[in-house]
Write a protein that binds this ligand. Structure first.
Ligand SMILES: [Zn+2]
Length: 210
């Protein structure tokens, strides 16, 4: 049940995508467009489905080192597909572009080990506003890790990058299997942003439907 909390950001992304696609294509918004926009905003995470069905949860840690984002999280691929779709079907193409772009932006700052922003040119993972150990400072301090952490790893970076060869070691050492509880059942800047976006999106949805 707690897993549903991690879906709220994509529900918001799908609603925003419908509103943006409607605005930029000059299309009047119909209620059922939201039933398309929300699944589209979730569709990059289809690569998590095999793991979810097999383990009943999704996460990268020492227990499970494979990260599902190696399967479908390739923004350039979605960008090219979206541009082609926009040429053929302006509204639905834009909807696809906005929905998937907002998903990837969320993956860049939110939970998880970033995305392969430049695939197929590079398999390096990128994330913004984080540490290479991928833990919040409070988490590092509370577990007593902070004092012994090299200063290079303590540093909060604007852009975090993990090369393909080094990511598995970081996941093994720093991956947290119960990340949903850690992030979504506590107050932190990721849960604050995602819950705020969800509330804003629901308000905009009602304004557009009534
Ligand atoms: Zn994702």
């Amino acid at each position: 049940m707690k897993q549903a909390l991690s879906l709220l950001a994509d529900i918001a992304n799908g609603i925003f995508a419908v509103l943006l696609a409607g605005y930029f294509s000059g299309t009047e918004i119909l209620w059922w467009y939201f039933l398309i926009g929300i699944p589209l905003a979730m569709c990059p995470d289809l690569d998590a489905l095999p793991e979810l069905l097999k383990r009943g949860r999704v996460g990268s840690s020492a227990e499970h080192t494979y990260d599902h984002r190696d399967g479908l999280h390739f923004p350039i691929l979605f960008l090219v597909t979206g541009l082609l779709l926009t040429y053929l079907f302006p509204f639905f193409g834009l909807l696809f572009l906005f929905a998937t772009a907002l998903h990837f932006i969320n993956d860049l700052y939110g939970t998880g080990w970033g995305i392969q922003l430049l695939w197929p040119l590079s398999k390096t993972r990128y994330k913004v506003l984080g540490r290479r150990v991928n833990w919040a400072k409070r988490q590092l301090v509370e577990t007593g890790v902070w004092d012994n952490l090299p200063s290079d790893e303590r540093k909060l970076r604007l852009v975090v990058a993990w090369k393909e060869v080094e990511l598995p070691d970081y996941i093994r050492k720093w991956g947290v299997d119960d990340w949903i509880d850690l992030v979504y059942c506590h107050f932190n800047w990721i849960s604050a942003i995602e819950y705020s976006l969800f509330i804003l999106a629901i308000i905009l949805l009602f304004i557009n439907l009534i």
